[in-house]
Design a protein around this ligand. Sequence first.
Ligand code: ASP
Ligand code: CP
Length: 314
Amino acid sequence: MRHLLSINDIDKDFAITILDTAHEMARVSEGAVKKLPTLRGKTVVNLFAEDSTRTRISFEAAAKRLSADVINFTAKGSSISKGESLKDTAQTLQALGADAVVIRHPASGAAHQLARGKWISGTVINAGDGTHEHPSQALLDAFTIRKHLRGGKGDLSGVEVAIVGDILHSRVARSNVLLLTKLGAKVTLVAPPTLIPPQAQAWPVTISYDFNSVLPHMDAIIMLRIQQERMSDLYFPSEREYSSLFGIDTERLALTKPHSILMHPGPMNRGLEISAEAADSPQSVVVEQVANGVSIRMAILYLFIAGSQESSNE
Ligand code: ASP
Ligand code: CP
C-alpha cells in the first residue's frame, strides 16, 4: 500500500509526476464537467483531529471531483472529543471500508502511526501532523511556483525561494524544504534566531536573519503564520517588532524582483507577518494557492489510491 506521510516518501521523478498530473486535473476543473469517474466506488475518509479550512475542503472537493464517496470526520462532534484513541478511531474507519484516510492531527507522527500500525488497510495521506510535515501543502506550493516561474513544466532548478517566519513550529516549512530542494530550488530561511529550529543548520538551505538583504534575490517568497497556538515561550519581544523586521508590507515588496510571487499557506495573520496591502497585491498568489490545492489533491488521491494496486512503499 502506498502512503503519503512525508515528502521523503516520494522521489524527484514521482514529485514531477504529481505536478504534471495536477496540471491535467486543473484542466478538468476549468471545464464545464468538473467530474472524472476515476475513483467511483472508492471511499475517502477525511479524519481531521485539528482545525482546518483549506486542506479539509480541498481534499473533499478533490475526492468528489474524482467521484469517490467522501466521509468527513472532525474531532469536534466525534468521539475523539470523548477521548477515543487513534487506534480505536482507525479501526472504526476500517469497518466502514475506507480506501484512503486523509488525516490531520496535532501529534507529530500521527499519520505514520496510522499507516505503520496497520489498523486500516487503505492509503494514509498526511494532511498535517503536529510540527512535522504537510506534504500536500508543499506539493501545491511547488505547483504554484512552477506554474509562475517555469511555465508549468519540469523541475525548479535555480529558482530562489525564501521561507520566512515561524520555521520552528511550521510543518509547511519542513515539507517545503524537502520538496523544493529535491526539485532543484535554492531555499533561504529567514527568521529571528529563536524561530529557527537547531536542526535547520544541517538542512540544505541558507539561513538569514536579514529579510531586506534577501528580498531582491528571490523569485518566490513564502510567508509563514506565527503559530501562537504552538508557542509556550516568548520568541520575540513584541508583535510590532516582529512585523517591522520580518513582516512583509508594500515597502518590502518594492525591494523584490517584479516577476517574483508572494505566497502564504494560510490562514494569514494580516498585520503581523503580512500586511493587508501586501496580501492583496498583484504579486500575491495566496488565493490561487488554494485553487491549486484542489488540483494537487486530485492528483494525490488519483495516484495514491488508483495507483496503489501497482505500487508499494512498504
Ligand atoms: N495551514 C497550515 C498548517 O496547517 C499553516 C498554518 O496553519 O499556519 O500547517
Ligand atoms: N494551509 C492550510 O493547511 O490551511 P488550513 O489549516 O486551513 O487547512
